[in-house]
Design a protein around this ligand. Sequence first.
Ligand code: URP
Ligand code: ZN
Ligand code: ZN
Length: 533
Amino acid sequence: MNFTLTAPRIHSICLIIIFLSLFSPLSDSNQFCDAGIGYSESTCGVASKILLKGGTVVNAHHQEVADVYIEDGIIVAVQSNILVGDGVKIIDATGKYVMPGGIDPHTHLAMEFMGTETIDDFFSGQAAALAGGTTMHIDFIIPVNGSLSAGYEAYVKKAKKSCMDYGFHMAITKWDETVSREMEIMVKDKGINSFKFFMAYKGSLMISDELLIEGFKKCKSLGALAMVHAENGDAVFEGQKRMIELGITGPEGHALSRPPALEGEATSRAIRLAGFVNSPLYVVHVMSIDAMEEIAKARKSGQKVIGEPVVSGLVLDDSALWDPHFQTAAKYVMSPPIRAPGHGKALQAALSTGVLQLVGTDHCTFNSTQKALGIDDFRKIPNGVNGLEERMHLVWDTMVVSGQISVTDFVRVTSTECARIFNIYPRKGAILVGSDADIIILNPNSSFEISSKTHHSRTDTNVYEGRKGKGKVEVTIAGGKVVWENDELKIVPGDGKYVKMAPFNYLFDGIEKADSEYLSSLRAPVIRSKQTS
Ligand code: URP
Ligand code: ZN
Ligand code: ZN
């Protein structure tokens, strides 16, 4: 018996799963199967064999018409006219694109933030992702009272119910010897190869420049990638006070209090400090022309800086923040803010020309009740928007259908580049023999429409409500199993695997050479004779 999920059912199923996970010592996956809620062999651990026939197989470097054969969760063959025997599920992909599943580099599932917790956990968020063609994501662990190991343990628990593969970044929120030692453990033992530094959220996550420099140095020595949330937190704090004094307490005050200049300043500062230490840098959620131009300038000068736009920044503008209806406006509150018209178009152009490299979501969902925490004061509106389910469709429609990027570029910016940066390529991000069978089939002639009524996230709103476009993910295969087909999910909590990520990605190539060139350029110390008079 196959277990199928449609959007409304997923919510009640989640409750059942949580109940079961509380009272059974077995793994989530086994609980689900043993409970007799419904499963098939193929969804509960027995290997499935799948042949994708006649599609256009797209990698970041190449596309060709070919068949793809999958066994035991791994791609076994990519060639024309593959013949198979009985017991193989055959999916006709003629006239469609067969591509690596999306990898979202930036999510916040079950994150405690601003006095509440994001409404999508590792099951509902991943269900949404799979329905939208994303088969892996990298979530940010928030330390517990500054402790990385406590944060790690908490997220291991949260992620137990995963139904697709995932990895972790780790935030650094304070600095001392213990944190420095724990960073080493995270990299060497736990498979974490990136650390995020928040330059904003004064009073909670924000760190100082001193910490930023220590952190960059430590990252460099470990071969871990330093990531920044780049906004000047002190100036944002001042901007917030200014808005409140002016009597601007609604969601529009959020955007007005943290203008693009503050994002540009922090981006420039982080880039210059990373340059000073000679460590690679990854700027998350690039939302403005100001920040993007700093990245462009640094890359032009040869600095190793990665810029990640998020789908909300690419396709939305800030106009809804002025909506008279609080709930409508509040759902768009995120940081850095969604910008005025013009910024999104410029970010699209930067993505299409390689100034920015990959697209994330910053999926960080709160429902209307949670957003209402800031009904009288925009500073209390939990920051974050949805995007995990929508990213692939919106990037396809906005960038490929419009002719701004090619189909191979689509694969690069939604999957392959993320796999390269976080050192999991070609296991992920490719349709090659030996790669994980995380695959989507996208029909370019089909269409999509986004609505909170049909999406799989637990939130009751959607910042892309009503958007329609061309191109639809008709099939998602994750870990070698068909998990999305005919608009239905077939997912099992516990099926997702934690993907360890090794340090020293390609950005670290040549770092030592640059260090020794720097040292030999110093022409110092100058030897001076000590003169007494
Ligand atoms: O508004 C946002 N971006 N919420 C998530 C936390 C972060 O800054 O990434
Ligand atoms: Zn951030
Ligand atoms: Zn984020």
